[in-house]
Design a protein around this ligand. Structure first.
Ligand code: 9PG
Length: 486
């Protein structure tokens, strides 16, 4: 079939040849159905919008003639279903993305193909967008026009959950990493309580082991005690959990080897490598696992935590697109159990999380440096920590801001223990202002008086923001242009 787009009188029309089971016009484009659909525009695309599967995976405009090369051997892939980390064997040597893809034409207009159901991938070549669901039939949305309009039209067809104003968070990770302990956090809490924060979030480092979500000996009075101290200061208590991760040597892994997600031959499916050991996933399709995770959420709620950073969630969707329907059911269960708690999803399959997450990390980790070139350049891996990677992928997901509170990760105000220039710090700080999600890990006592003033101004008042283009913004008097990052 041939589908017509745009307004011929404005010189912006296009006829696209489409292969799909059916098509019908809907607001902003066409609704297509089919397990596999193809769209052939009359022009060659000069760029492909590659959308990464989960929070940390690359989303960016790339050259469709230069597909990525796989980097890691299979066993060491940090996360599955990502072309940087996985040979796209059955996809040929081409770029592909998760859920959606778009081609940009020489005059700047884009053709976007986006899935409306979980479990889809989109391949992009100069002459075609090909979408395929991992299993079963699904719905697709096809739009043509200026980049912002096409992406906004797609977003309007996706699930949404927006509640109130995004939070202002102090998070322990990017200052202390996992070297946290009770006395340290109580000291920082005193400092943080003097500033207009809302959430004091304890990150990785409190637990005994992955899967063993009880406080380790560095938290002698337990986690309910800390939550109580946090609430006394008028803050909401936040806690980090990676509810679907496990290591082979953790007590949970040993007690319930049958809960570990395995392939057809009974081998555990790799779920990444961190903390010096291979990671495995709990099988989110197993009812006992869901009951275990639901009980965990209940327990931390009873301890008094009202803000949960649920991390490494891709583990619940492994081995990739195939697992997204199962992932969504598991996360619906967690959403019910969590009640009114704020859920920040991290390391999470992006599209399958919409409508369930309150906040969603949309890029790799920030870090007190711009880029680690050993990893990003020499290893060609754009998913590692650093402001460059974090900003680039976040920028390419801002079109989701009407569906979920997008988390660009923390901003830095400190010069202590940091390699960032003032300009680099400003770019990350402004992303907090643009998204409204304002977080930092800087302990106030690390800040100079000037830096403290700046943090206060950041938290204290929401600035007026105008989108001048997808990658250009006006924040009050200042224009920020991130196009150099693309
Ligand atoms: C705690 C951290 C912080 C951070 C999260 C997440 O191996 N990896 O690929 C990998 C990626 C990200 C990552 C850790 C490991 O960071 O994004 O905010 O909570 O976990 O461990």
């Amino acid at each position: 079939m041939r589908l017509a787009f745009g307004d011929p009188s404005r010189g912006s029309s296009l006829e696209v040849a489409v292969a799909a089971a059916s098509s019908e016009p809907v607001s902003g484009g066409y609704l297509l159905r089919g397990r596999e659909v193809r769209a052939f525009p009359p022009l060659r695309g000069v760029q492909f919008f590659r959308h990464g599967w989960q929070s940390w995976s690359l989303s960016a405009w790339v050259d469709p003639r230069e597909p990525p090369q796989p980097l890691f051997p299979k066993e060491r892939r940090p996360q599955a279903d990502d072309p940087f980390l996985l040979e796209a064997a059955d996809w040929g040597k081409a770029w592909w993305g998760s859920g959606l893809g778009a081609l940009r034409f020489p005059e700047g207009q884009v053709l976007l193909l986006g899935a409306l159901d979980p479990g889809a991938r989109v391949l992009g070549r100069e002459e075609v967008l090909l979408g395929r669901y991992a299993s079963g039939e699904g719905r697709w949305f096809l739009a043509y026009g200026p980049e912002e309009e096409a992406f906004a039209a797609y977003a309007r067809h996706l699930p949404r959950r927006l509640s109130g104003r995004p939070p202002r968070v102090w998070c322990s990770w990017y200052s202390f990493y996992n070297r946290i302990h009770e006395a340290l956090l109580l000291k920082v809490l005193e400092e943080v309580a003097g500033l207009p924060f809302e959430v004091f979030q304890i990150d990785d480092g409190w637990q005994r082991a992955l899967g063993d979500w009880e406080p380790n000996p560095r938290f002698p009075r337990g986690m309910a005690f800390l939550a109580e101290r946090i609430r006394e200061k008028g803050l909401r208590a936040g806690l980090w959990l990676a509810p679907f991760l496990v290591t082979a040597d953790s007590p949970l892994g040993r007690a319930h080897p049958e809960w570990i997600l395995r392939d057809g031959e009974g081998r555990p499916i790799p779920a990444g490598f961190n903390w010096g050991r291979p990671l495995y996933a709990l099988d989110s399709g197993n009812e006992e696992v869901l009951e275990h995770v639901a009980a965990l959420v209940r327990r931390v709620r009873e301890w008094g935590y009202e803000y949960l950073k649920l991390d490494f969630l891709y583990a619940a969707a492994l081995p990739g697109a195939e697992g997204e329907v199962r992932y969504r059911k598991a996360m619906e269960r967690i959403r019910e159990e969590a009640g009114e708690a704020y859920l920040l999803f991290c390391g999470a399959p992006i599209l399958a999380s919409l409508g369930l997450a309150d906040g969603l990390r949309v890029g790799p980790d920030a870090a007190p440096y711009w880029d680690n070139e050993d990893r990003s350049f020499w290893l060609q891996d754009p998913t590692g920590p650093g402001l460059r990677n974090a900003l680039r992928t976040t920028l390419h997901r801002l079109w989701l801001r009407g569906n979920v509170q997008v988390d660009p990760d923390v901003a830095f105000f400190r010069s202590r223990f940091s390699l960032l220039s003032p300009e680099e710090m400003r770019l990350q700080e402004a992303m907090g202002e643009i998204t409204g999600f304002k977080a930092t890990s800087d302990p106030p006592s690390w800040l100079s008086p000037g830096e403290r003033e700046r943090l206060l101004a950041f938290l204290g008042r929401d600035k007026e923001v105008e989108f001048l283009g997808p990658y250009r913004f006006r924040v009050e008097e200042e224009v920020l242009d991130y196009a150099f990052l693309l």
